[in-house]
Design a binder for this molecule. Structure first.
Ligand code: A2P
Length: 268
């Protein structure tokens, strides 16, 4: 390869945007978050995901990521695992402010307010990086226009894995745009499965036993007025979906709103 060719960066493919990384925060050796400039033409609804990635050689390497910032924000935020052998995350974890990442032009997804029928209480049930789309929705003004109560649950293995969720909730409560509505409506419930914690156990167990509702001092699920969004690993989605169906909730989609919606936290 000539010196000239080796110095030339491959062009961003036409179906993608290039966006400059703004900030990177490492939470644990397995978790990090980052923000980038929002491409001027990018439209999305709070809760949607988009393909993001890096050029590897001449080719884009892309994965689906939930956008963790709300639709009105100037920055796009993402929350990611670092998989040592993951083709993308093993590279993405090394990004620095000023680097360029690739963003798809067509955000989409089902964890959006429009995929749910009107209701009074919104449950956002997440494990691990599955909290990302809810970080977007808890800063979305419409969430608080549509619901009287918003209950965000986040289950992780260890306490340090809860830090990102704690930060985004503090940010939502302090947000000049939504803080005033969020403060009386938003509740954040954390549960751990592999370290002691005030509320311990999987979310499925805590719902089945009623401990989740008891600890919040709220009534159990009521399919007429409750709406549920679920985001986590595939086994978590399967189990929580089964639980939601048993309780009488009906799965929704963009084309036909229902009383619950699900989406994978991370498509590897
Ligand atoms: P556990 O520690 O009992 O496996 P992961 O990092 O594997 O995605 O897990 C994140 C959190 O989700 C952990 O607290 C884990 O609990 C929990 N979890 C894993 N699988 C399920 C499932 N099928 N249903 C509910 N929670 C789950």
């Amino acid at each position: 390869m000539s010196e000239q060719a080796s110095l030339t960066r491959p062009a961003v493919p036409a179906n993608l945007y290039g966006a400059r990384v703004h900030s990177v925060t490492h939470y644990t050796d397995k978790l990090f978050a980052f923000t980038c400039e929002r491409p001027a033409g990018l439209r999305f609804r709070s809760g949607e995901f988009v393909m993001i990635g890096l050029m590897v050689g001449e080719k884009p390497l892309l994965r689906a990521y939930s956008i963790a910032s709300p639709a009105w924000d100037d920055l796009l935020a993402f929350y990611s695992i670092k998989a040592p052998d993951g083709p993308l995350t093993s590279r993405l974890q090394n990004i620095q402010p000023g680097d360029e990442i690739l963003i798809g032009r067509k955000p989409t997804g089902t964890l959006v307010l429009d995929a749910l029928l009107p209701g009074r209480r919104l449950f956002l049930l997440s494990t691990g990086t599955g909290i990302a789309p809810f970080a977007s929705l808890i800063r979305e003004p419409e969430t608080y226009e549509r619901y009287d109560e918003v209950i965000l649950t986040h289950t992780c293995r260890t306490d340090r894995e809860l830090d990102y969720g704690r930060e985004v909730v503090v940010a939502a409560l302090a947000d000049p745009l939504v803080g005033e509505e969020a403060r009386p409506k938003l509740r954040h419930v954390t549960t751990l499965t592999r370290e002691p914690h005030p509320l311990s156990g999987r979310i499925t167990t805590l719902i089945d036993s009623g401990e989740l509702f008891h600890s919040l001092g709220v009534p159990a699920f009521d399919t007429d007025h409750d709406r549920v969004m679920i985001c986590g690993s595939v086994p978590m989605l399967n189990d929580v979906k089964a639980l939601a169906l048993r309780a009488g909730f009906v799965e929704g989609a963009n084309s036909e709103p229902g009383s619950f919606v699900i989406e994978r936290a991370f498509a590897s």
